[in-house]
Design a protein around this ligand. Structure first.
Ligand code: AMP
Length: 396
């Protein structure tokens, strides 16, 4: 399929190659199409959501995938860095965004937190640990409880262990030590674990920003996220009563993006905690080098969605306005689909299916609520919770 593309600054780009073919790839393709671009995907999972929006190549067909696309991006942050480096070196292509350098940092919690601190962005106290003795030392230095995490390969709260007393160290090592020794399937490349001081945060927030090829940055509102067992259940955009924290979040994501000469959408996840004087402060937890679940509200809730802005950045078009149109709440559909008719009976609800089979705990779609009167938001959410078969993490 060839699409007519008349943009003067991106005439040589017709097709965007996306590494990964999940729902993020699907929603990127949805916003690329009206701009005149088709997307193709590199994905091994059968029946991946993106199949409905463009051709899916398996990793065995890497060369065909490359031949079919003019510029590359990714929707899966554990994409092998080697593949991204290979794409970056292809001289006839328009590049790969974000760069392998950014991906390398994002794939390693230790590199990531070291970078944050180097850029004067506050984090929880942390240290690298590679043995039971190191963990015991971390417990002494950072105090208990302690959060032990694999530095690579973890997602949605997987690869983590909370050490409450020093008696838990053996069990923690049995569970996560394989990531250090290379035994077990926690990570392909052995790497130290990260021990973090346990933080009593009041809220979890995230900020999404987009950076263009000429270094222009636009930020979305700070949003509040609610997780259930490590999986995002709900995002409120903007986070209520958090405007005083926006400048700090904006400054943090701006310095990370500039430092990495980043192109595309990035998400920074932060904890809201208290400083020693009792004032709110932000601690950076991690960044995602991609569009993010906490930005799905922007499809209807922002002037330009995170997906469209990512596409614009990747093909070299001007970035769009990131302003919030109306306060909104995004709820993930986890495990089981609700009846579409019941969801759409709620004022200003927007339904998105990912065309995935139902499976416990799996993200299979999302719903965004943005009623015409903001005062109805709570009421709309209660109505939605009533019709969702799976309400976990949604207690108000
Ligand atoms: P992560 O994989 O780092 O995003 O962590 C998953 C979830 O675990 C976070 O959303 C927090 O709710 C919780 N968590 C992670 N790190 C810490 C920490 N250092 N202290 C307290 N809770 C944490």
């Amino acid at each position: 399929m060839t699409l007519a593309n008349t943009h003067p600054n991106s005439q040589t780009i017709h097709t965007i190659g996306i590494l990964g073919g999940g729902q993020l790839g699907m929603m990127l393709a949805e916003s690329a199409l009206p701009l005149g671009y088709r997307c193709v995907f590199l994905e091994d999972t059968p029946n991946a959501p993106a199949r409905l929006y463009g051709k899916v190549y398996s990793t065995q067909q890497l060369e065909e995938f490359i031949a079919d696309a003019d510029v590359f991006t990714l929707e899966f942050e554990n994409t092998p860095v080697k593949t991204v480096e290979y794409l970056q070196q292809l001289s006839k292509k328009q590049g790969v965004y974000p760069s392998p350098q950014a991906l390398k940092v994002a794939q390693d919690r230790l590199k990531e937190k070291n970078l944050f601190n180097e850029l004067n962005i506050k984090t929880v106290p942390f240290m690298a640990v590679s043995s039971k003795q190191d963990i015991a030392q971390a417990c002494e230095q950072l105090g208990l409880p302690l959060v032990l995490k694999t530095s690579r390969g973890g997602y949605d709260g997987k690869g983590q262990f909370i050490i409450k007393t020093s008696a838990d160290i053996d069990e923690a090592w049995t569970e996560l030590g394989g990531a250090v020794t290379g035994q077990g399937d926690l990570t392909a490349t052995p790497a130290p674990l990260i021990a973090e001081g346990f933080i009593n945060f009041s809220r979890e927030v995230s900020i999404i920003a987009v950076r263009s090829q000429d270094g222009h940055i636009r930020c979305y509102d700070l949003v509040e996220n609610h997780h259930y067992q490590g999986i995002l259940a709900k995002t409120q955009a903007p986070a209520v009563g958090a405007s005083h924290l926006f400048p700090q979040a904006q400054s943090a994501i701006t310095s990370i993006m500039n430092h990495l000469d980043y192109v595309g959408v990035m998400t920074l996840e932060l904890f809201v905690s208290k400083d020693k004087d009792g004032n709110d402060m932000l601690l950076a937890n991690e960044f995602a080098p991609r569009v993010h679940n906490s930005g799905h509200w922007s499809i209807e809730g922002a002037v330009t969605s995170q997906f469209e802005n990512h596409i614009r950045a990747v093909v070299g078009l001007p970035l769009g306005d990131t302003d919030n149109i109306k306060p909104s709440v995004m709820v993930n559909i986890l495990g089981q689909y609700p009846k579409v008719s019941e969801v759409l009976a709620i004022d200003a609800s927007h339904y998105h299916t990912y065309h995935k089979a139902e499976r416990e705990g799996r993200k299979i779609g999302h719903i965004t609520l943005m009623p015409s009167d903001v005062a109805d938001l709570d009421n709309a959410l209660s109505q939605l919770i009533n019709v969702l078969p799976n309400k976990v993490g949604l207690d108000k």
